[in-house]
Write a protein that binds this ligand. Structure first.
Ligand code: UD1
Length: 429
């Protein structure tokens, strides 16, 4: 296993391109299962979550080739209706194959997905939606199966705008007869992009970016080409990294409206933001200011995925910031690791109180989850001395070689063998 070694204290400066969205490309790859032909997807980042999803597609019978950041998926010969347990455990969003695969093959049998590090993450809303459409759904503690049985369009009201449930229901209904209406659908940009992609392939879906999505079933989807949207979470992560180091960074290939929900927080921190066309420039003050309150919400609210990286920047701001996590019940695991740097953050249920400290010191920390991992890397960029960040496989799920991206901006970050972990392994043998 590898770790990151960070020599902190360097200001981030320069320009960097924001890669394609992890949460965008994953549902698009699931959607390929519905296309009786070839899908060409541009701007697909090299992330471990993307590679596992490609492995799933190949297991199902698709031919997938990569040409730089373009993935070409030929799903003409999908011949399996199950997914190996090892893939399902590795990737929570593997559950998005349920609707697409059941729709394509008539039956999908999956293991329950892994990825419970930030909360319970039930799939009841996914299953409820499929049942209303007419799928017979069986689930026990390990497996979930959906069988196509007189499936037709229906109205599905979601009690919460779940991103995954909205995606699963769209994919389960796009080839069903009749009209499906999803009320209180999630409005995340990745869902709008999924709808755009499906419409290009011949689907008839309206209500894009609104809470009511209307899907008129079509008979088939045809070959198409599409470009994945930029990763708004990566953009905010890089802005947090810039902010904590007092840096001056330009992000290119950003969709500004997607990043809008986090910009006011950086302005409140005292950063100067310039947003033009598809570029955002951020210039941070020598010392950040506290933010009165950040509360995570479904889009267009402040994204839960940005909570940890932004909290890292706030940990050295002047004054006390309040953060409230409303989406996931257990998304504060990074705080224990951040406090190893000498930050002063305490949690009470869903509220985190971030008492900004002036200086932080180097630490030996680990990634507790994907975005929590990004948060500790950000703290390492500020901390005086050399920090080590372990368990970076979490980070590789969503950031394409984070060490290269940060090094391009002047940070001193290296990926190396985790000798401590090797020694621990040896001593156990
Ligand atoms: C997606 C994103 C994840 C992001 C999250 C919220 C992907 C691959 N992942 O995850 O990065 O943090 O949206 O923006 O796109 N819930 C239920 N029952 C369900 C489904 C969800 O109770 O059937 C609850 C969850 O426990 C959670 C909340 O709804 O508390 C939000 O979950 P959801 O929007 O479904 O997130 P994901 O699709 O898992």
């Amino acid at each position: 296993m590898k770790c990151l070694q960070i020599n902190g204290g360097k200001k981030l400066e320069g320009s960097i391109r924001v890669h394609g969205a992890k949460n965008g490309v994953l549902p698009l790859l699931s959607a390929c299962v519905l296309v009786d032909g070839i899908t060409v997807l541009h701007n697909c980042p090299r992330l471990s979550d993307v590679e596992v999803t490609v492995d799933i597609l190949r297991y199902l019978g698709a031919k997938v080739t990569r040409n730089d950041d373009t993935l070409i998926v030929d799903a003409s010969n999908i011949h399996r209706n199950n997914i190996l347990e090892e893939y399902m455990k590795e990737l929570r969003s593997s559950i998005i194959f349920l609707g697409a695969l059941a729709s394509r093959t008539g039956e999908a049998c999956l293991y329950l997905p892994g990825g419970c590090e930030i909360g319970l993450r039930p799939i009841d809303l996914h299953l409820k939606g499929l049942k209303i459409l007419g799928y017979r759904v069986y689930a026990d503690g390990h497996n979930v199966c959906a069988v196509k049985n007189n499936v037709k369009g229906a109205e599905i009201v979601l009690p919460f705008p779940s991103v995954g449930a909205t995606e699963n229901i769209i994919l389960a209904s796009v080839l069903a007869s009749g009209v499906t209406t999803i009320v209180n659908a999630a409005r995340e940009p990745e869902i709008a992009d999924l709808v755009l992609f499906l419409n290009k392939a011949g689907a008839k879906i309206s209500g894009i970016s609104t809470p009511t999505i209307i899907i008129e079933g079509v008979k088939s989807l045809h070959s198409t080409e599409h470009t994945v949207i930029p990763d708004r979470i990566l953009a905010t992560t890089l802005m947090s990294a810039c902010a904590i180091t007092g840096g001056n960074v330009e992000l290119t290939d950003v969709c500004i409206s997607h990043v809008m929900p986090t910009l006011p927080a950086f302005e409140e921190m005292g950063c100067r933001i310039k947003a033009e066309e598809n570029t955002i420039s951020i210039k941070a003050p020598p010392r950040l200011k506290r933010v009165k309150k950040i509360e995570t919400m479904a889009y267009p609210g402040f994204p839960t995925d940005c909570q940890a990286p932004v909290m890292s920047a706030l940990s050295v701001a002047k004054g006390t910031s309040i953060v409230k996590e409303t989406i996931f019940e257990n998304r504060y695991k990074h705080i224990e690791q951040l406090n190893l740097f000498g930050t002063d953050i305490c949690v009470n249920d869903r509220i985190a109180v971030v008492n900004g400290v002036k200086n932080i010191h180097s630490a030996d920390v680990r990634c507790t989850d994907l975005r929590g991992g990004a948060a500790v890397v950000i703290a390492g960029l500020k901390a005086e001395g050399t920090s080590t960040v372990r368990d970076i496989y979490h980070i590789d799920r969503g950031y394409e070689s984070i060490e290269n991206q940060l090094s391009m901006l002047g940070a001193d970050v290296k990926r190396m063998y985790d000798e401590k972990e090797q020694q621990t392994k040896k001593s156990k043998q």
